[in-house]
Design a protein around this ligand. Structure first.
Ligand SMILES: Cc1cc2nc3c(=O)[nH]c(=O)nc-3n(C[C@H](O)[C@H](O)[C@H](O)COP(=O)(O)O)c2cc1C
Length: 185
C-alpha cells in the first residue's frame, strides 16, 4: 500500500489484543505525535503510557474516580469501569497542558493535542497496530485528574487504546464529500 492508500484506509478498531506495541514502535508513535502543528511551539502535549499491571492500576483509579463523583455507584458498575482499560494491551492517556499565551488561545492548544493524537493513530496504522481513540466520563472527571497528578490546567483529550486487531473491521460509514464541502470559485 502506498502512503495515500494507507492514509485513506485508517479505521478505528475496538477489539484489540496482545502484543502491545514494542518500545521501537512506541517511539515511532511519539515521534509522529511530536510532529503535530503547534502554534508558538508551546509543546502542550503530554502522554502517559499504561500496559501490563499498570492497566489494572488505571482501572482501579477509574473506579475510585467514579466513586468520588457518585458515592452510591453499584458494585456492578464499578466493576465495569475497572475493566475498561483492559480492552487493549496498551492505553495511552493523552492530555494537553493549557498555557497562557497572548496569541495562542486554549482552543488552539486543544486542537494541537487532537492533531497529535491523530498522528499517533496514523503512525499506528502505518505499523499495522490497531487503535481506538476514546474519551467518556473518565476523561472529564476532575478527581481522576488529581489521581493522575495532572497539572492544574491540564485536560485529558483522549484514551488511545492500542494493540493487535481481532475480528472483522467494522465497515466505514459511506459519505458524500459534497455534504461537507462548499466550493467557491
Ligand atoms: C475526541 C474523540 C473522542 C472519542 N471518544 C469515543 C468514545 O469514548 N467511545 C467511542 O466508541 N468512540 C469514541 N470516539 C470515536 C472513535 O474513536 C472513532 O473515530 C469512531 O468510532 C469512528 O470510527 P473510525 O475512526 O474508524 O472512522 C471518539 C473520537 C474522538 C475524536
Amino acid at each position: 500500500m502506498n502512503n495515500l492508500e494507507l492514509l485513506l484506509s485508517r479505521k478505528s478498531h475496538n477489539k484489540l489484543e496482545a502484543p502491545a506495541p514494542s518500545d521501537e514502535q512506541l517511539d515511532i508513535l511519539f515521534k509522529a505525535a511530536l510532529r503535530a502543528p503547534d502554534h508558538a511551539l508551546l509543546r502542550p502535549w503530554r502522554y502517559r503510557v499504561y500496559q501490563g499491571d499498570a492497566l489494572l492500576e488505571l482501572g482501579d483509579l477509574f473506579a475510585q474516580a467514579m466513586l468520588n463523583e457518585s458515592p452510591d455507584t453499584s458494585a456492578d458498575k464499578l466493576d465495569k469501569i475497572k475493566q475498561k482499560p483492559l480492552r487493549a494491551p496498551m492505553v495511552i492517556v493523552a492530555s494537553v497542558v493549557i498555557q497562557e499565551h497572548p496569541k495562542v488561545p486554549e482552543i488552539e492548544q486543544i486542537l494541537s493535542s487532537g492533531a497529535s493524537v491523530q498522528n499517533i493513530l496514523m503512525a499506528a496504522h502505518f505499523q499495522n497496530i490497531g487503535a481506538m481513540w476514546r474519551t467518556g466520563g473518565m476523561a472529564f472527571n476532575s478527581y481522576l485528574h488529581q489521581l493522575l497528578a495532572m497539572e492544574k490546567t491540564e485536560q485529558i483529550t483522549g484514551f488511545i487504546y492500542l494493540g493487535q486487531e481481532v475480528g472483522e473491521k467494522r465497515p466505514a460509514k459511506p459519505f458524500e464529500i459534497e455534504e461537507f464541502v462548499t466550493r467557491f470559485k
